[in-house]
Design a binder for this molecule. Structure first.
Ligand SMILES: Cc1cc2nc3c(=O)[nH]c(=O)nc-3n(C[C@H](O)[C@H](O)[C@H](O)COP(=O)(O)O)c2cc1C
Length: 300
């Protein structure tokens, strides 16, 4: 049995496509039946449409990818009207990834998504807080507590809070987000990083720093997931550099209920299918009847 349950939403398996790397599922639908996935996490949505950042947005490193997309998206209303009906036909759980520059914007976004047919909301607290001069909500636990508790007041869907690995203290951050009402946690988002163009003699990205993802972050992300699973009671979704079924199983053995696959979709668009098949074969070979048997097994 591959099915898992997150906040009363039943996923047919623990493999979810990560926000920002799977669009609204349409491009991948041309390649495979995305209905085989446990879920799809949408591109980060904001109340109003966003054009995204200027300049270079993606930069490859030896074992990872650095991005500075700037939350380009069509806005929540457009999503609900034009993208969500198509996604509902995909026959998989839909997780709306919600971004925002102010607490008010997050609240308005959560209200609108609560009235839609999405299954869950994933709150991306890595967005810069415009009112506080651009410092991300997800760095200080107190700031995260404020935004999560406010959103929770208005959110009528299960609320997953997506943690940033750039948090000052990931354990304290996880505890505070749960105290604020998170129904589940997902971690991690991208790591603050830098690339310099040695010919132009300046940073590659207009905003200087950008987010690192991909295989290079996996061991650190796994450590964070292991630590957080040891202290919270809510389901945890592991994310970070997962690019094979073995990576996915490591996260589940660390305690994750489900996992998300991000950057690896760019390298191999069929990777989610391969990961699901790989998990199935591993379970057969190891005599594991139910995926839940191995959840957190490496902690015992
Ligand atoms: C191009 C790109 C865009 C992303 N956009 C978002 C986003 O809109 N919202 C969000 O919460 N995370 C976003 N992420 C972060 C991923 O969902 C994921 O947390 C991160 O990349 C780590 O997983 P990975 O190593 O498997 O890619 C983005 C990542 C990439 C590479």
């Amino acid at each position: 049995m591959l099915n898992v349950n997150i906040c009363n939403v039943e996923l047919k398996n623990p493999v979810i496509a990560a926000s920002g790397t799977f669009g609204f599922g349409e491009e991948y639908s041309a390649l495979f039946d995305v209905g085989i996935l446990g879920g799809i996490c949408t591109k980060g949505l904001t109340l109003n449409k966003k054009e995204g950042n200027k300049g270079i947005r993606l930069h490859e490193t030896r074992a990872g990818l650095i991005n500075s997309i700037g939350l380009q998206n069509p806005g929540i209303e457009y999503f609900i009207e034009h993208e969500l009906p198509k996604m509902k036909n995909m026959n998989t759980a839909i997780i709306a990834n919600l971004g925002g520059g102010t607490v008010e914007e997050y609240i308005e976004g959560a209200k609108k998504l609560s009235c839609s047919e999405v299954d869950m909301i994933e709150l991306n607290i890595s967005c810069p807080n415009v009112k506080s001069g651009g410092i991300a909500f997800g760095i200080k636990s107190e700031t995260a507590y404020k935004v999560v508790s406010k959103v929770k007041e208005y959110c009528k869907k299960p609320l997953i809070v997506k943690l940033s690995p750039n948090a000052e203290d990931i354990i304290d951050m996880a505890i505070k987000c749960c105290e604020a009402g998170a129904d589940a946690l997902s971690l991690v988002n991208t790591f603050k990083s830098l690339a310099i163009d040695i010919y132009k003699k300046k940073p590659v990205f207009d905003n200087v720093f950008a987010g690192l993802s991909g295989p290079c972050i996996k061991p650190i992300a796994l450590r964070m997931v292991y630590e957080v699973c040891g202290i919270v009671d809510v389901p945890v979704i592991g994310i970070g550099g997962i690019s094979s079924y073995k990576d996915a199983i490591e996260f589940i053995m660390a305690g994750a209920t489900a996992i998300q696959v991000g950057t690896a979709n760019f390298i191999n668009p069929m990777i989610c299918v391969e990961i699901i098949e790989g998990i199935k074969s591993f379970m057969e070979e190891q005599g594991i009847k139910d995926i839940k048997e191995i959840r957190g097994i490496a902690r015992r």
